[in-house]
Design a protein around this ligand. Structure first.
Ligand code: NDP
Length: 289
């Protein structure tokens, strides 16, 4: 049998986490505020702890996954013994909440890793479910083989805020790709091209552009942006085409205008002859600063 584990919080995600541990043969103790959410897991062999404190004592590793950090603090606040616990918090939140929670856990005598789940509950237990972790590396290494039951356990670094930062950075990527695709789809529909016809072309574009990232990242890290393939001015002129076309065919032009405004500020600051990633200077500060 595997290492005993505890799962606290049995919402949609917590149930999936506990189910994956059971499936992988880990003796699994569970606890949830609403006890009935444990029924199915208990039928599959989980042990329901009478209190959250008992749940923490049942295993050397406890995963918590509740709505938000406030719920976690309410649940594990005063009166619950955390001393000696290894707590992995897979609740979504921001990096400041994660760093605060790491300090809070340390003061209570617990070891703490923060985490972010980049997957939906049905994917939990498959390699497709990437789960990000940050905090002390020895704690991650000690529990990695257990965490592998949940998906692809990934370690990012010692700063406990990293998992949350990668989480939101990933969301920025997701929505940006989707918005770009929707803009193009809206344009093409005005010419009778349906979304399904355009989608494979869009996918090819997104994949192609994604391939540029590692090279462009080198420019950002070195702080030098030679225009090897095109200058920002050239991009900005093409943005004008996108805006003009959107307006001419009567689709929304807000998003292209926002991109153009950022490029224009960078050009005004003297970067028109440099390559696109020089825009990091606009992204890296509050608007107009
Ligand atoms: P649910 O709404 O299904 O479950 C919420 C859980 O939090 C329940 O167990 C609930 O208990 C518990 N809870 C909330 N407030 C309190 C409180 N004050 N005291 C005790 N328990 C509390 O949410 P999910 O399971 O879907 O999500 C949980 C976390 O996982 C969130 O942070 C979410 O962002 C993250 N996540 C979810 C994904 C998803 O696709 N579902 C994807 C990636 C991350 P009770 O049952 O008693 O109400």
């Amino acid at each position: 049998t595997g290492t005993p584990v505890t799962v606290i919080g049995l919402g949609l995600m917590g149930q999936a986490l506990a189910g994956a541990f059971l499936k992988a043969g880990h003796p699994t103790t569970v606890w949830n505020r609403t006890t009935s959410k444990a029924d199915q897991l208990v039928a599959q062999g989980a042990r329901l702890a009478p209190t959250v404190g008992d749940a923490l004592k049942a295993a050397s590793l406890a995963i918590i996954c509740v709505t938000d950090y406030q719920a976690m603090h309410e649940l594990l606040g005063s009166g619950v013994e955390l001393d000696g616990t290894m707590l992995i918090n897979l609740t979504s939140g921001d990096s400041a909440q994660a760093r605060d929670a790491a300090r809070w856990a340390e003061q209570r005598g617990a070891r703490y890793l923060d985490g972010a789940i980049m997957a939906v509950p049905p994917a939990i237990g498959t390699a497709e479910a990437v789960i990000l972790h940050s905090g002390p590396q020895p704690d991650f290494e000690a529990h990695k083989s257990t965490l592998d039951a949940l998906g692809t356990a990934t370690y990012l670094g010692a700063d406990p805020g990293l998992a949350s930062l990668y989480d939101v950075a990933g969301l920025a990527m997701m929505w940006s790709v989707l918005n770009a695709w929707l803009q193009g789809t809206a344009l093409l529909r005005t010419a009778g091209v349906d979304a399904a016809t355009y989608a494979p072309f869009a996918q090819q574009m997104a994949t192609g552009v994604a391939g540029w990232l590692p090279g462009y990242a080198e420019q950002i890290d070195s702080g030098s942006f030679p225009a090897e393939v095109s200058a920002l001015e050239t991009d900005a002129r093409a943005m004008e085409h996108l805006i003009a076309e959107s307006e001419a065919v009567g689709v929304n032009a807000e998003w292209p205008k926002l991109m153009k405004a950022m490029a224009d500020r960078s050009i005004a600051a003297g970067h028109g002859g440099e390559q696109y990633p020089v825009l990091i200077e606009e992204f890296g500060k509050p608007r107009g600063a």
